[in-house]
Design a binder for this molecule. Sequence first.
Ligand code: COA
Length: 166
Amino acid sequence: MRRVAIYPGAFDPITLGHLSIVNRSLRVVDDLIIAVAHDSIKKTSFSVEQRCAMIERDIAKYLDYRAYQRVVIKDFKGLLIDFAPQQNAKLIIRGLRTVSDLEYEFQLFSANAKLAPEIETLFLPATDAACFISSTIVKEIARLGGDISKFVSEQTAQTLKQHFQQ
Ligand code: COA
């Protein structure tokens, strides 16, 4: 049986840090569903369609063909633990960047584990370069006309530039 995992997030927008987690997840799972949340606590700058399109473009560029074939992108509404079983996923992947992520991640993990104990969570530590990236910081730099090429793909950087020029 194939091991299916789900990597949820708002991805507003996807960063190189997220791409690194996608890439490394594929070393431990057979299939990965990148689950793009409609319902995030935060207000997003990009529509769910725009966020999915940016992810699609980036994974096509950054993953080799074999890895790319094992990834699907899906948007979801409602609770993650309701969406995961619909996708036959029993594993949630989360990236951990800094110690400050830990508290929030434990809360999320505990809530999900109480609601759906059959679903396991796997944490992957962020690589050095991604430790201090967040989508909000990337957007703030882009909004102020800074260089975000070290944080997002060239294509996403272009999309952000156009978005903030409007
Ligand atoms: N590299 C770089 N940045 C990363 C990263 C990585 N590896 N991993 C996370 N980040 C950034 C994100 O871009 C995000 O930045 P931002 O806060 O500036 O937007 C931040 O870290 C937090 O990311 P994350 O914890 O994944 O939050 P999120 O808002 O992207 O996603 C959901 C949260 C969607 C997973 C969560 O709200 C959810 O599951 N929602 C569905 C409803 C539900 O089931 N809720 C849970 C009830 S307990």
